[in-house]
Design a protein around this ligand. Structure first.
Ligand SMILES: [Zn+2]
Length: 100
């Protein structure tokens, strides 16, 4: 009774208490990474300067900060109500996803 159980889960959006095993919440995994495309060919002429400027920029960040710029993974838990609202507008643009 009243055990401080660290396995208790909370909705990341509204703070509602979630319970494992009763299907009352969703887990949302977000994986975000910087544009993986290779640089445009036209940059080849100034390639050396570009690399130098990139290195200079990179050195201004800590390693962790730089990684956060390039790659980010999040895992959120949303209660059923919050999930239903979020999935309709995951980008917050107000434009519904591809519906009909
Ligand atoms: Zn919620």
């Amino acid at each position: 009774m009243g055990a401080m159980d660290s396995t208790e889960l909370i909705c990341h959006r509204c703070g509602a208490l979630l319970h494992r095993g009763d299907g009352s919440f969703h887990v949302v995994r977000i994986e975000a990474f910087a544009d993986p495309s290779p640089p445009e060919e036209e940059m080849e002429s100034s390639g050396a300067a570009t690399v130098e400027s990139l290195l200079a920029e990179a050195s201004s960040y800590s390693a962790q900060e730089f990684m956060d710029q390039v790659y980010r993974r999040l895992e959120l838990r949303l209660c059923r109500r919050c999930y239903a609202a979020w999935i309709e507008d995951p980008t917050g643009s107000g434009v519904p996803g591809s519906g009909g």
